[in-house]
Design a protein around this ligand. Structure first.
Ligand code: SAH
Ligand code: SF4
Ligand code: F3S
Length: 487
């Protein structure tokens, strides 16, 4: 590494929220990843080690897999030991304030590794770096961070790293453009049997509380042929399950040009026809939902009977203020249709408590709706104002302790239903794809059944990587103990 410490930072582009909001009507660019390696990087990287810590959703998990693919081309190996790494990257999530706070706390802890090894390259990427204020904080308070890039810059990692090595100064490249579709990025997948497949990027829904449309750009759907190619490659490589990933899978294809137009249900059917053993998808949005999706789910046994359908609130006026574009009646209609087509479906949801306009009456409507629908599980969140979003400017905020009180009531309501439903699950026979030794007990093997429930069974050779019939013996609310049935 060069000893020139006086170099100014190399700023290619910094985050810009005004640009990030822009939605273009022009056609998308589909481009192939450029995998050429700059010479200085080739020499530097050989046999070096990288560590990536990933926060956030499946989108980020998949981005980390791409980054690992790039490091793999450089002949670098992965480590989980911070003191042993030559590059440490944090791939960050901005969805709620606590995710950001956690990032800065953990980033502070990296200083000691940098003090011991001044050649260590510390980088921060992902959604938080798309935001102006957290980026400014990082710029001023964390001088040891040498590399900053955003969600649109992953395919530039070779050039960015090459610049850091050459200049020994900070390099920043955070585009705020609408984004394009980059195909053929290298990848190292986290799992051997289950894989995430992106079907689209970005989000155009602009729910009033949400930062994602700012950090991930315009909705961009991949072409059907590229998605099917990826699924077929996964089948060839022994994968048994794919999860189709997008912020709003039901809106898949709406942005494609006429000649490539495909709807989500058409995509789902085509993926089912590849004969991959299991298909899941996430996340669904009640808007843009089409009954045909349920018909396809019912028709193909390899599409798992599970749906994650975020509700957010059980009050029409809150849903309106959230800009969710559906009302409670519409949500209930969808659930009825879902249960008509797939009676044993596992239905999960997301709910936000303490949205600025939420009154006690609104909140009680959410509780009543949860009791009526009886979700199998729900992820509950306290509203977190995200700078730049419409909801962050709303002033009618409920006091913190009242929000905490509501949060606990909601959690209790949900947990009680989840527990009751768990007991109803005992003695059922399910099919489990076993994929790992249990994290809590090495004498147990774990996997997920068709309803996406976590099942543990006693250790047995040759179980991992297979799908087996299992009888449920005990319910532990969020997981189950089962027994493999001999076939
Ligand atoms: N695209 C998906 C999910 C996106 S984020 C969808 O629309 O359903 C996952 C969940 O985080 C959301 O469903 C929402 O419940 C929650 N969330 C998003 N922004 C939030 C915020 N500012 N405060 C609290 N929870 C939030
Ligand atoms: Fe966020 Fe709404 Fe888009 Fe989901 S649909 S990512 S909640 S803006
Ligand atoms: Fe977080 Fe970005 Fe995903 S904000 S939830 S990592 S899209």
């Amino acid at each position: 590494m060069s000893k020139n410490k006086k170099n100014k930072p190399i700023i290619i582009e910094e985050p810009n929220f005004n640009k990030a909001k822009f939605r273009s009507t022009s056609n998308l660019d589909f481009i192939d990843a450029d995998l050429s390696v700059p010479n200085n990087l080739k020499q530097w990287a050989n046999n070096k080690k990288y560590l990536i810590k990933t926060f956030g959703c499946q989108g980020n998990v998949r981005d980390t897999e791409y980054l690992k693919g790039y490091f793999n081309i450089l002949n670098m190996s992965e480590t989980d030991d911070f003191s042993n790494a030559d590059i440490i990257l944090f791939n960050t999530c901005a969805i709620r304030e606590n995710a950001e706070n956690k990032l800065f706390a953990e980033l502070g802890n990296l200083r000691k590794y940098y003090e011991k090894n001044k050649n260590l390259i510390i980088g921060v990427c992902g959604c938080v770096m798309q935001e102006e204020n957290p980026y400014s904080l990082l710029r001023q308070s964390f001088p040891f961070v040498k590399l900053v890039f955003g969600t649109f810059n992953i395919n530039h990692i070779f050039n960015l790293l090459s610049k850091v090595i050459e200049s020994n100064t900070r390099v920043v490249e955070v585009f705020s453009k609408q984004g394009e579709i980059i195909e053929n990025m290298p990848t190292v997948r986290n799992d051997k049997y289950k894989a995430f497949v992106n079907i689209m990027y970005g989000c155009d829904k602009f729910c009033s509380y949400c930062i994602v449309p700012f950090t991930r750009g315009q909705q961009r759907s991949r072409k059907l042929t590229d998605i099917l190619k990826e699924v077929n490659q996964l089948i060839e490589n022994g994968y048994k399950e794919v999860t189709l990933v997008g912020q709003n899978v039901n809106s898949y294809g709406l942005d494609l040009t006429q000649s490539d137009k495909t709807s989500f249900y058409e995509l789902l059917e085509k993926v089912a026809q590849t004969k991959i053993e299991r298909i899941r998808f996430t996340t669904s949005h009640p808007f843009d939902f089409n009954e045909k999706v349920f018909e396809i789910m019912a028709k193909y046994k390899n599409i798992m009977p599970a749906l994650h359908l975020p509700l957010q609130s059980g009050s029409d006026s809150v849903l309106k203020a959230m800009n969710r574009k559906y009302d409670v009646e519409r949500y209930k209609q969808l659930v009825a249709l879902l249960r008509k087509h797939i009676p044993d479906v596992c239905l999960t949801t997301d709910i936000i408590v303490g949205f600025p306009t939420e009154t006690l009456e609104d909140f009680n409507k959410t509780i009543e709706l949860c009791k009526e629908i009886r979700f199998d599980a729900a992820y509950t969140f306290i509203f977190s104002p995200r700078e730049g979003t419409v909801a962050a400017k709303m002033t009618n905020i409920t006091p913190k302790d009242e929000i905490s009180r509501r949060f606990l009531i909601l959690k209790d309501t949900i947990d009680k239903i989840t527990e009751e439903k768990g007991h109803e699950y005992v003695n059922k026979t399910v099919n489990v794809l076993f994929d790992s030794i249990s994290k809590k007990n090495e004498n147990m093997i774990s996997g997920y059944d068709e309803h996406n429930k976590l099942i543990h069974v006693k250790y047995q050779d040759n179980l991992i990587g297979t799908i087996r019939k299992v009888k449920i013996k005990e319910s532990h609310t969020f997981s189950f103990i089962g027994e493999v049935l001999d076939e």
